[in-house]
Design a binder for this molecule. Sequence first.
Ligand SMILES: Cc1cc2nc3c(=O)[nH]c(=O)nc-3n(C[C@H](O)[C@H](O)[C@H](O)COP(=O)(O)OP(=O)(O)OC[C@H]3O[C@@H](n4cnc5c(N)ncnc54)[C@H](O)[C@@H]3O)c2cc1C
Length: 458
Amino acid sequence: MSGVVEALRRRLGEEAVLVGPAVERVYECDAYTVEKRPPLCVALPSTTEEVRDVVVLCREHGVPFAARGAGTGLSGGATVAGVVISTRRMNRILEIDAENRFARVQPGVTNLQVSKAAEPHGLFFAPDPSSQHVSTIGGNIAENAGGPHTLKYGVTANHVLEVQVVLPRGEVVRFGSRVPGAPGIDPCALIVGSEGTLGVVTEAVLRLTPKAEWVRTALAFFQTPREAVRAVALMIAEGVVPLALEFMDATFMKVVSDSFGLEFPAAAGAFLLMEFDGTESSTEAELDAATEVCRRCGAIELQVAKDDAERARLWYARKNAVGGLGRIAPSKVTHDGSIPRSKLPDMLERISEIAQRHGVVVANLAHAGDGNLHPCMPFDDRDPDQTARMHRAADEIMRLCVAFGGSITGEHGVGLEKLPFMRLMFSEEDLEFQRRLAAALGADPLCNPGKLVPEVGA
Ligand SMILES: Cc1cc2nc3c(=O)[nH]c(=O)nc-3n(C[C@H](O)[C@H](O)[C@H](O)COP(=O)(O)OP(=O)(O)OC[C@H]3O[C@@H](n4cnc5c(N)ncnc54)[C@H](O)[C@@H]3O)c2cc1C
């Protein structure tokens, strides 16, 4: 194994290959801290050619490898007991083409950097994971990241036009097209969401979206979670599709109130954070229609953000809410399941019953418009009994998502965490087809092993 470190140092230079106890500690997991695998080393390539050579050297030495962006993944996707290929040095925006509305970027660029670079042109990169100030485009592509505003504009897959990839055997290929209707099979669509198992993305061309002229942000407070998520399903069924439609329960409301100083009505047991955009008249009409649905579903109070500063404050609290769980316990698992919107009221009640039965805290927030629920579990990982109860509750919640006709993940990916649940959703034939498809693209047991699709008999 150590031979590969020497070989990488000869190719990349001494300072571009990190080893040692501190490196092992930092890179032993991503934001899913339950499973840890210290890496052999961390390689810091700067170019596509260097990435290709790192991949080739790993193969020659029979060492597993995985790409890593910011390590904010919530399912253990970048965790590997081998060579971590960090994209930290590949962090340049190569081109903004405002006329044709695209950005060409390296994979280590953060999501927010793209929107900031596009802003002077009245454009932005629509997928906005709450981690967007640090998570990278490579990671967003690999996980097909979503976010609060993907309800209206779609997830990462809808905004990636082209990718350049170093495949697991070292070939450098470009997939996709900057213009619509390109001929042939589109492997670009297979790369998005493949969790780094089909190679390392070294460049991407991203669709940029024009900013709307008018935006309104509002909070609707309800006494119960059931009323709040009922309003979500009804709103969309009646044709009101906000830009964002986020849900937070009472546990999270207390966390964001304590962490960010927001004040909420005392009787509120849940809220919806809603945002609308378009022309002034269309936006105001949507806000009115949504408000009317919320009232019908029992909203006890509605507040509309007065200005951009107030909007920013609400979004800051929402996007940093999960971090606030540190007030409750030293560790947490942020679960992620999707279910049909109409099932959200029953789902939340069943989660509450599961939490009580296992004696664990479950704080719920959701990209509710998409039915994408994040039951978050703060716990103390130094306590084996608490950890075991957390896992049992999580297991039941995942099974419930599938039983309700949903998915074991909405946006955080399968990684290590959800691998055992894949068979809840797919038959052996389904999985075998996925394996064959991956093999056709050159998937290799050394490239991010043990992720996404379970092996035969595993
Ligand atoms: C507080 C917080 C909030 C979050 N909110 C959201 C949210 O709203 N929506 C959402 O979808 N996710 C969210 N996430 C999860 C996470 O931020 C996303 O999955 C993000 O896309 C990961 O990006 P990253 O750069 O951190 O990737 P990493 O964690 O480094 O890697 C994730 C996966 O991508 C692969 N990968 C990384 N770079 C490349 C590359 N260049 N080529 C090929 N594969 C690569 C890795 O191998 C791994 O499998 C959140 C996470 C946190 C901690």
